[in-house]
Ligand binder design. Structure first.
Ligand SMILES: Nc1ncnc2c1ncn2[C@@H]1O[C@H](COP(=O)(O)OP(=O)(O)O)[C@@H](O)[C@H]1O
Ligand SMILES: [Mg+2]
Length: 363
């Protein structure tokens, strides 16, 4: 049997491949896994090396059959699609791959190649989604601009009308109408202002500590919900500072935590509402079209009823709201701010557990 070092020397060339490669014994014991494999599984080489290939597959029947056939020399290689289980992570724990099992010169060693076939499509989908969000945002902004200008005129005219009406008999009665016009114009104005934000504000860039951001949000929320809501911190304090706009990021996180608190009303009343702020390091993440070596993840997790299924795919779009009186702008603003920091927000929700994840690249 090969000892580790000689096996690794023999297969070292596989490390420069972008596809995942493992060399296994016919019983599934892993002898070697290349760098791409380690990275995709988010595991150390030692952990991979001690494992059974079967551990990584959601369904092993097809793999066993293929390895059997190839080992018995029934065929020299076999291909199929499978789902890989990876890393101890909440998100993306199943990775769709195309698997190729082939013979090597040594009958005791099988070569297993894994190609992330859906990785590409998922990335494409993410990119399309970003483009779509971008297009929608532009549309909304143009629309907001178009509304903003005549709105000033409408409000001004109503004010003049009110002044004209005042000295007349019907003045007080009719002024109720003008005040409705003014009031509604003001409401539209503030909506339009919010639609146009935060593009109107330049970013104020400085060193940001994500935990300072979390703590600020935490104190605001605790002041608002002093009873019935537990705000748990689970911080990875080794996370470094990064460059960004602290106030805007506070706003971005606050919007998400506020949504969580609003969704938790029933549990707050019952006294067992919980929101967790969890920070973690992430390695080799792709955000949009860009790949980052290092990033931070901030999870905002609540034990509320979950995002309503009808709007789950659209919550980051403007004006999409699941609650009475909601503007549907909170998450749009959060997403815009985070995207301006080259990051992104995604959401994983089911009744009892909703997890908003903010990913931000680190230097
Ligand atoms: N943690 C959460 N749990 C359940 N639903 C949520 C959560 N966060 C957001 N939502 C849903 O997403 C919708 C959109 O949120 P948002 O963009 O902030 O707009 P608004 O809060 O004004 O409705 C909310 O109305 C709510 O239905
Ligand atoms: Mg909101």
């Amino acid at each position: 049997m090969n000892d580790d070092s000689s096996a690794y020397a023999a297969f070292a060339a596989f490390d420069s491949l972008a596809t995942m490669v493992a060399v296994v014994r016919p019983n599934g014991e892993c002898e070697f896994a290349n760098a791409a494999f380690e990275t995709a599984m988010r595991l150390s080489r030692r952990a991979v090396q001690r494992s059974q290939l079967f551990d990584w597959f959601a369904d092993t029947a097809r793999l066993r059959e293929a390895m059997d056939g190839v080992a018995r020399n029934a065929y020299s290689s076999s291909r199929f699609d499978a789902l890989l289980r990876r890393g101890p992570r909440v998100h993306e724990d199943l990775l769709p791959v195309h698997v190729i099992v082939s013979q090597t010169d040594d009958p005791q060693q099988l070569l297993v190649e894994l190609i992330e076939n859906a990785q590409q499509t998922r990335q494409d989908r993410d990119e399309r989604k970003l483009d779509q969000v971008q297009a929608t945002k532009e549309l909304i902004r143009n629309l907001a601009h178009e509304i903003k200008n005549p709105l000033g005129g409408i409000r001004g005219a109503a004010q003049l009308l009110a002044l004209e009406l005042e000295p007349t008999d019907m003045g007080p009665e009719l002024q109720e109408y003008t005040s409705v016009i003014i009031h509604e114009a003001d409401r539209l104005q503030s909506l339009v202002d919010r639609l146009l934000a935060p593009h109107r504000f330049a970013q104020v860039v400085g060193d940001v500590n994500i935990h300072e951001v979390c703590e600020r949000v935490r104190s605001v929320i605790l002041a608002e919900y002093p009873k019935g809501l537990r705000l748990v911190r689970d911080y990875d304090t080794s996370l470094p500072d990064f460059r960004g706009d602290r106030e805007q990021l506070i706003q971005a996180v606050l919007n998400i935590v506020q949504n969580a608190a609003q969704a938790l009303q029933a549990r707050i009343a019952a006294g067992d509402a919980q929101i967790t702020l969890r920070t973690r390091v992430a390695r080799q993440v792709t955000i949009g079209k860009q790949r980052w070596r290092l990033a931070l993840e901030l999870h905002i997790e609540d034990n509320g009823p979950g995002v309503p299924a009808e709007i789950r795919d659209r919550i980051f779009f403007p004006l999409v709201s699941g609650r009475d009186g909601g503007s549907g702008l909170g998450l749009t603003l959060s997403q815009t701010i985070v995207q301006q920091h080259q990051g992104m927000i995604d959401c994983d929700s089911e009744p009892g557990r909703t997890d908003f994840r903010i990913t931000l690249p680190l230097p």
